[in-house]
Design a protein around this ligand. Sequence first.
Ligand code: SF4
Length: 231
Amino acid sequence: MNGTETATNYEALTAEVLIEQVVHEAARATVCLTNSFQTEDMVVLHMLRQHLPNVPVIFLETGYHFKELIAYRDKMTAEWGLNLVNAIPLTTLAEHEAEFGLLHIVQPMECCRIRKVEPLMRSLEPFDWWFTGLRREQSPTRAGLRKVEDHKTPTGRQMKKVSVLADWTMAQVDEYAVAHGIPKLELYTRGYTSIGCEPCTAIPDAGADVRSGRWGGKKLECGIHTFSEKV
Ligand code: SF4
């Protein structure tokens, strides 16, 4: 930035304008989106594809997902012609369970580290800009989220983390999905409000935080949004 330029106030920009701004700023940089195939991520992907149709879509293939989620991932990947990047753990599920048993029950943090965080860190290495579908109202751990944050991974990789829906409500997300004909993952109709690995996902109590059905309420984050340091 030279003496006459001022820093962009990302917080003041709408999601669509922020995406345009970031795509412009990242013209010579590498950009990706992490996508759990929940509605927020599909909305961000829908917006991003207007500018970057071949954007890498990183999915954490833990081996523990609902079969319905995998079917939805494959259907949307085929219909939208996605550049899907499955982030695979270093061990197969069979190897993991042979070594640790049901680690997700006894040590969910360690299970998430092995099957989500480590594969994500490897997958993010080539990228300068990382789009997410995070929203502030999803849980108390996300209340302070900024739309654009500078992050550093444990390997020293610096990147910009972009959450264009930070100030959106779930109703806005659903409205956008309906308005743009984005099909919804069928598991939502059964009462799930935040969907991750099957053994660690339950239907939350009425009126509870959307992520309260994850990990039996024992934790709120798997670690993929806390492993990098905000700088
Ligand atoms: S969400 Fe559960 S099953 Fe999935 S990686 Fe984390 S602890 Fe393991």
